[in-house]
Ligand binder design. Sequence first.
Ligand code: C5P
Length: 404
Amino acid sequence: MLQNRRILLIIGGGIAAYKSLELIRRLQDQGAGVRAILTKAGSEFVTPLSVASLTGDKVYMDLFSLTDESEMGHIRLSREADLVLVAPATADLMASMAHGHARDLATTALLATDKPVMVAPSMNVEMWGHPATQRNVATLARDGIMQVGPAAGDLACGEFGSGRLAEVPEIINAVENFFAAGSTRPLAGRSALVTAGPTHEAIDPVRYIANRSSGKQGYAIAEALAALGAKTTMVSGPTELEDPRGVETIRIESAREMLNACEASLPVDVAVCVAAVADWRVNKDAENKIKKNGGGPPALELLENPDILAGIAAHANDRPQLVIGFAAETDNVIGNAQAKLAKKKCDWIVANDVSPETGIMGGDTTTVHLVTGHGVEDWPESSKSDVAHHLASRIADELNGPAA
Ligand code: C5P
């Protein structure tokens, strides 16, 4: 399964480091070539000689060693691999990764690499559960770092709970799954921008104009694009949802903030505007809470918000190759979507019927029609996640062109 795959194994300083020796053997059994970096703390648990004997290569340990650097600089070391695997990943190593430290060879290689990285955490149960570690785990997930384990069970420190290094077969399995999925990552090297959720337009410091968008569809699309390998940025209005894995998520409130964040994220290969952007905002929101002073309700003067989708589609030099909009309609779904396609000069419109009887707004399933310059495709009713995966693979086909 891992024939000709090159794995850079980074061995951190935890008691589970002894399992890295078994891991090297089993990776090699599957056909992988393994090169190892041993941290200073790691070398307290396993000897460089054991690691070198198993990898059949020199063990890389020191950022400032003239011989290490002249034989194989840290940049080359981090690039000449198909996957960087950190096992065991200690709390300290994960904290360094989350904060971008480059204090030794391992952390420098992790910062310098342009390759996918997988961590197999291993630490005491309290260290694993500590909010600082959990913050770092969340940061690494957002950065697209894959994770296997930890498992729960007896820990070397005598305590019991989560924090055990995943068993070697489980790590091998995760590595194999990664490479199996790799052959279906048709958006690798591409970039995507997704807008999602509602926008909030302030009336005063405590009141705002909003809509019922849950953000589910946009989040699912961002995650599906990232899963196909696209470097994905999502600009999201206020939602209850967690940041999707592997997606750089920028949270904003108003349409104008969304526009600025989108402009700053260009250029990209594909833009998918799913956000339910408020059409209007209040001209000059009040600095202080508007009081009920008996004079009747205040008159709110509304101004039209910028159209983010149309704005992106109108970019002259760095227009994304594919600009996609959504149209939630309660009547004449296809006709309105076609009009929207022409008016906003985008390439595709994903149209859905949100009339109240469908119960779709905020729900988990949806029935969509893909409206392009070439015609209309009716997709069967499906979950928002299935729609997202279908759309992401259609995007990949479009960007990659017809197979040779
Ligand atoms: O015009 P309408 O709001 O129906 O168009 C919906 C599409 O346009 C969606 O893709 C939505 O994300 C996008 N849009 C936008 N900026 C706006 C209004 C809508 O990007 N101000």
